[in-house]
Design a binder for this molecule. Structure first.
Ligand SMILES: C[S@@+](CC[C@H](N)C(=O)[O-])C[C@H]1O[C@@H](n2cnc3c(N)ncnc32)[C@H](O)[C@@H]1O
Length: 372
């Protein structure tokens, strides 16, 4: 089967005419690394932050068959699932293996293809892990779209690599090539204490160790009494600040926290641990609440994800509302905070059930939706 980047899909992530599964930056990373990749077996290549499989499958399709599997680490579960589906369609499922950014995952990696993350803190965690655990002669091809790149990214790479070269730009994309790993270490979460609550954040997690103003508004409104005849849930938990806040305020509660991001899950576990709540907060990497049975939750708190582009915003939130509705027991509530401009109330009414406004300030609205 011939592999083409044009055949890749974003599914199960949102799809649309302007939403691409592979772009010019992916193509440039593949082209800049082609000569180096030709000299190594597939199992010495690692890919970090591939969006939907362009880098991993591009490398796997070009490598000598039977030379093992390309390793890949992706922060998002939806990215993993898209890559898996693309690999299956391309007949390359056996040529891909998912890893953690750990000694075990990165050991013996001679080439790393990296799609630069937006967050410098995320880049610092990734670069530090590669420098600590990949082969001493590793070459990192780190690329992105110019509009998302800053010189601060070169500086972060220079903290962990002796040499960082910059390629010519092509189609508004560029690649940074890093060699000579130094000062590598495993990621360490940032920590900040808010009213006695410690928030831990690995690189790239929403709001970092701060508490977002929308989240603060939600916390201030959450009910005095939380129904606990089913799972009490912090949906899309990020650093786990809502879960920790609920568990601290209600000492009898066990809280189920989920997020699709690996960095968020690691952060939420660290937050639970730092507050002595690890035995009452279970953190699961999940797409919405897919691991919870239907009608099993008694309370769900949610600060939904957002993204540039209103259509994408609404699509992401509606997916979480729908799964919250599925997981809630009839008569039980989903409490949501949203930027008032997004006007989510009719969507919540339609997907979950009768929705009342609990509070509203200049920017945010908090609603409670009763599962019908
Ligand atoms: C606005 S942040 C809220 C984080 C945290 N609850 C807070 O208030 O600080 C939204 C979170 O949704 C997560 N997310 C996005 N899509 C998701 C999905 N399909 N399933 C689970 N979590 C998701 C993101 O990773 C992000 O951490």
């Amino acid at each position: 089967m011939t592999f083409s980047l044009d055949d890749l899909r974003r599914w199960p992530d949102l799809e649309g005419p302007d939403l691409l599964a592979a772009d010019a930056a992916d193509r440039l990373i593949l082209d800049e690394s082609a000569a180096a990749r030709a000299r190594v077996p597939l199992d010495e290549i690692a890919v970090v932050e591939d969006s939907y499989g362009a880098l991993t499958l591009g490398a796997a399709a070009a490598g000598p068959p039977g030379s093992g599997a390309v390793r890949v680490h992706q922060d998002t579960l939806v990215g993993e699932r898209a890559l898996e589906a693309n690999a299956e369609r391309a007949g390359l499922a056996g040529a891909v293996r998912w890893i953690g950014l750990s000694a075990e995952g990165l050991d013996g990696a001679h080439i790393v293809l990296l799609r630069l993350p937006k967050s410098l803190d995320a880049l610092r965690d990734i670069a530090g892990s590669i420098a600590a655990h990949a082969a001493p002669d590793v070459t990192v091809f780190a690329g992105g779209r110019l509009k998302h790149m800053t010189v601060a990214m070169n500086d972060v790479l220079a903290e962990f690599f002796l040499r960082v070269d910059v390629t010519h730009a092509r189609q508004k994309s560029r690649v940074l090539i890093a060699r000579g790993p130094q000062h590598g270490h495993d990621p360490r979460p940032q920590q900040r204490t808010h009213d006695g609550l410690v928030v831990c954040a690995f690189g790239g997690v929403f709001a970092g160790p701060a508490i977002d103003i929308g989240t603060r508004f939600l916390l201030a409104q959450l009910p005095e009494v939380v129904a606990d005849d089913g799972a009490v849930v912090d949906l899309a938990c990020g650093t786990g600040v809502v879960a920790a806040w609920l568990a601290r305020r209600h000492p009898h509660l066990v809280v189920h926290a989920t997020d699709q991001s690996a960095a968020a899950v690691a952060s939420a576990r660290a937050t639970a641990e730092a507050n002595g709540l690890a035995d009452r907060i279970a953190v699961v990497r999940d797409d919405a609440l897919s691991t919870l049975p239907e009608a099993s939750a008694s309370f769900i708190a949610l600060n939904p994800p957002f993204h540039s582009g209103v259509a994408v915003h609404t699509g992401l939130a509606a997916h979480l509302f729908a799964d919250a509705a599925r997981a809630l027991r009839p008569g039980r509530e989903l409490w949501t905070v949203w930027n008032s401009a997004l006007g989510y109330r009719p969507t919540l009414e339609r997907i979950v059930g009768p929705t009342r406004q609990v509070a509203r300030n200049t920017k945010f609205t908090v609603t409670a939706s009763v599962r019908r």
